[in-house]
Design a binder for this molecule. Structure first.
Ligand SMILES: Nc1ncnc2c1ncn2[C@@H]1O[C@H](COP(=O)(O)OP(=O)(O)OP(=O)(O)O)[C@@H](O)[C@H]1O
Ligand SMILES: O=C(O)[C@@H](O)C(=O)CO
Length: 410
């Protein structure tokens, strides 16, 4: 059975739905579940941590705790899910996490790739492409916390570990499973970054790695593993609960801004959170919920998403950390208030924002359901008191995703 450890919440939903797509009944947990948690029937399980921005020591400790839980729950193959844009801080914890897990599992070789063609990420000759351009020439170059200024994955990973890093080139992957197996019989390095530009390449890798105890990558390689192991028949609940719906958006990513604009363009009920006018999270949340009550706003969007120029202005007034803290706390309070008001389908846009919602609602985990957009599944919490959740990574989904996902039930 596959057990994945994801380094953030929306990364967890992305890898969970990749496994489901391959026909595996998949559970997703936010944080390591308490020992003895009863699990619904499943073929794969994902533990989503919040370790992406953590120091190497913290990320290793969190990942080892997740590993222990997975091993106690009959997992035979561990998948380390990092971001498809290889997001790492300057210290870089992907290498240290692989070092710790490969040593705990006594593995000699770990194959990995961030390639996720569905999200426009491909690896060729050891370089990571975002769409048609290299990673270091993409907007990730300017990311506030994890700026990516090199596109050479071998160099990026090697900077994070003393363990040798090598490459499985595209020619080998294209030759097929036998050629890749040949490389793995006499690996030139313990960590091998495998080129993959298509789902077919990832399926070749998935077949070869079917029994490997430790594999790492983004959602693409997990899809390859699941396709090799499963029935290729998406499996899991796809009926959404009746009741009210709402969306909370704290992502300021370009794609989310388009999605917010589309909700506004359709004239749907929307309320903007202004942390400069109301810097107290409880007051900000109370104001939003009063608006929701007055507007009787089924299908509402409550958002703080704003374009970079406005965002910088807010951050100058309140500070980057403080504005994020105020908004995430307010978002959590609003999420809880919406659920008390009968919201049964709740959308959150942004990884940190999703983390705040999940934490405020006390959702431990759920069954992975139908995909509203590539990498964005509905999660059906195990506890039926919680709403179905759609946790959207900032850059994922078509421009109409928020509008469609919050469409009031008829
Ligand atoms: N108007 C605003 N002013 C200041 N900070 C904001 C504002 N709106 C949102 N934020 C903060 O910006 C951060 C957005 O991060 P989040 O992870 O939610 O989105 P993202 O980075 O687009 O998503 P992902 O991690 O999935 O790519 C959050 O911490 C949020 O609180
Ligand atoms: O791999 C990705 O791009 C996403 O799953 C992600 O990690 C979102 O934070």
């Amino acid at each position: 059975m596959i057990g994945a450890i994801a380094d953030d919440v929306t990364g967890g939903t992305d890898v969970a739905v990749a496994l489901r797509r391959g026909g595996l009944r998949t559970l997703l947990f936010f944080g390591v579940p308490p020992a003895g948690t009863t699990l619904p029937a499943h073929d794969a399980v994902v533990v989503a941590l919040k370790s992406r921005m953590a120091s190497p020591q913290q990320a290793v400790a969190m990942s080892l705790e997740a590993l222990e839980w997975l091993r106690n729950n009959k997992v035979s193959q561990v998948y380390v899910k990092y971001c498809s844009t290889f997001d790492s801080t300057a210290e870089g914890n992907i290498g240290p996490v692989l070092d710790a897990l490969s040593s705990a599992l006594s593995v000699d070789v770990v194959v990995t790739t961030p390639s996720s063609p569905r999200h426009g990420r491909t690896q060729y000759r050891g370089h990571l492409f975002i769409g048609d351009g290299l990673l270091a020439e993409s907007p990730m170059r300017e990311h506030p916390v994890t700026p990516m200024r090199d596109s050479n994955l071998v160099r990026l990973l090697q900077a994070q570990t003393r363990t040798p890093v090598g490459l499985i080139g595209h020619d080998t992957v294209r030759e097929g499973a036998t050629a890749v197996r040949g490389v793995l019989e006499r690996p030139a390095a313990r960590y091998l970054l495998a080129d993959a530009t298509t789902d077919e390449d990832l399926l070749v890798l998935g077949r070869v790695l079917a029994g490997a105890p430790l594999v790492a990558g983004a959602a693409g390689l997990a899809s390859g593993l699941a396709a090799a192991a499963g029935s290729s028949q998406a499996s899991g609940p796809d009926v959404l609960p009746a009741g009210r719906s709402a969306a909370l958006s704290g992502s300021c990513s370009a794609r989310t801004l388009d999605q917010v604009a589309e909700v506004l363009r359709r004239g749907r009920p929307a309320h903007r959170l202004d942390p400069v006018a109301v810097p107290d999270p409880a007051a900000l949340a109370a104001r939003a919920l009063a608006w929701f009550d007055a507007a009787d706003a089924d299908g509402a969007l409550i958002y703080s998403s704003m374009p970079p120029e406005d965002l910088h202005r807010t951050q100058e007034v309140l500070g980057v950390q403080r504005s994020a803290r105020v908004l995430e706390r307010a978002t959590g309070l609003i999420a809880a208030g919406l659920v008390r008001r009968g919201v049964r389908r709740l959308v959150a846009a942004g990884g940190e924002t999703s983390g705040a919602v999940v934490a405020a609602l006390g959702v431990r985990g759920g069954v992975v359901g139908a995909e509203a957009a590539p990498g964005v599944p509905w999660i059906h919490p195990v506890d039926p008191a919680h709403p179905a959740l759609l946790l959207k990574s900032g850059n994922f989904g078509e421009p109409d995703l928020l509008a469609v996902a919050t469409e009031p039930a008829r």
